[in-house]
Ligand binder design. Structure first.
Ligand SMILES: Nc1ncnc2c1ncn2[C@H]1C[C@H](O)[C@@H](COP(=O)(O)OP(=O)(O)OP(=O)(O)O)O1
Ligand SMILES: Nc1ncnc2c1ncn2[C@H]1C[C@H](O)[C@@H](COP(=O)(O)O)O1
Ligand SMILES: [Mg+2]
Length: 194
């Protein structure tokens, strides 16, 4: 089964909470037809299913903490296999959150050809998430959890950028710009792929 995805085109989309990863991924899907897999969305779907596992995940996510690596990697892998026959490429949004996640992904699935680093200032991310929280219904879009997610991002996820930079596959995207301008830079990075 895993053979079906071993040669897939894989793009990691990494950035802080509220930086605009999901927003840009939607636009990439519209233009390039890639498959968007957000680890957070996969986890929220499990929570919404009402399963016992979903209840455990919900408690972790509500605190702004990371769920266990194996849980999230298995979900991504299953979702990739389900789309393998029709996918032109995969946008893996919100993963890896720490270097170990990247290493395990490469062992079990394959290597990314590009890492889109969606970069915004801390204060911008907080403002965006507080605004999104007015309508999102997300249990983690509140002041206390946003602060924890941001702290964890700087501590655990920023080293991911350095790890892949040494491989020359990181494109840093200024996400302080308006959405369509940000997308112009995202598209340029994707068009630059062989
Ligand atoms: N360039 C932008 N300018 C202004 N607002 C933006 C921009 N990009 C995204 N937004 C808005 C849309 C959302 O309401 C909010 C967060 O964007 P979103 O794409 O959901 O972030 P994200 O996927 O990185 O966050 P999370 O990690 O929490 O899922 O900010
Ligand atoms: N890759 C991940 N590893 C661990 N936990 C994760 C991962 N992706 C999402 N999560 C959990 C923890 C996050 O705070 C929430 C929301 O994710 P988001 O990408 O902001 O939608 O889910
Ligand atoms: Mg998102």
């Amino acid at each position: 089964m895993a053979d079906k995805i071993k040669d897939a085109k894989i793009i990691f989309v990494v950035g802080g909470p509220g930086s605009g990863k999901g927003t840009q991924c939607e636009k990439v899907v519209a233009k390039y037809g890639y498959t968007h897999l957000s680890s957070g969305d996969l986890l929220r779907a499990e929570v919404a299913s009402g399963s016992e596992r979903g209840k455990t995940l919900q408690a972790i996510m509500q605190k702004g903490e990371l769920v266990p690596l194996d849980t999230v990697l298995d979900m991504i892998k299953d979702a990739m296999i389900a789309k393998a026959d029709v996918s032109k490429g995969f946008l893996i949004d919100g993963y890896p959150r720490e270097v170990k996640q990247g290493e395990e992904f490469e062992k079990k699935i394959g290597a990314p050809c590009l890492l889109l680093y969606i970069d915004a200032k801390g204060e911008t991310m907080v403002k965006r998430l507080m605004k999104r929280g007015e309508t999102s219904g997300r249990a983690d879009d509140n002041e206390e959890t946003i602060k924890k997610r941001l702290d964890l991002y700087y501590k655990a996820t920023e080293p991911v950028i350095a790890f892949y930079s040494s491989r020359g596959i990181v494109k840093k995207i200024d996400s302080e710009l308006p959405v369509d301008e940000v997308f112009g830079h995202v598209a340029k990075a994707i068009d630059g792929l062989k």
